[in-house]
Design a protein around this ligand. Sequence first.
Ligand SMILES: [Zn+2]
Ligand SMILES: [Zn+2]
Length: 74
Amino acid sequence: MTNDVKKCLCDEPLCAKCLGVNCEDDNCKVHSFGDKLRAKRRILSNLEASGKEAKKTEIAKYRLEVERIGGLRK
Ligand SMILES: [Zn+2]
Ligand SMILES: [Zn+2]
């Protein structure tokens, strides 16, 4: 019906799952930019440290996200 960004329903500001993965709302009132950027960076460095070939697409995805979110904060 609508193409709006998924509304985030979690009300836990430090929810690791939302910060790292679930929260796709750039204007989320609960999960801040900075916290999401930090969480995704941490996941990214964990993925890179794992050195697994199978994680390649995931790593690329997180790199893009980190760049995108980092670019939003000006
Ligand atoms: Zn959550
Ligand atoms: Zn959220």
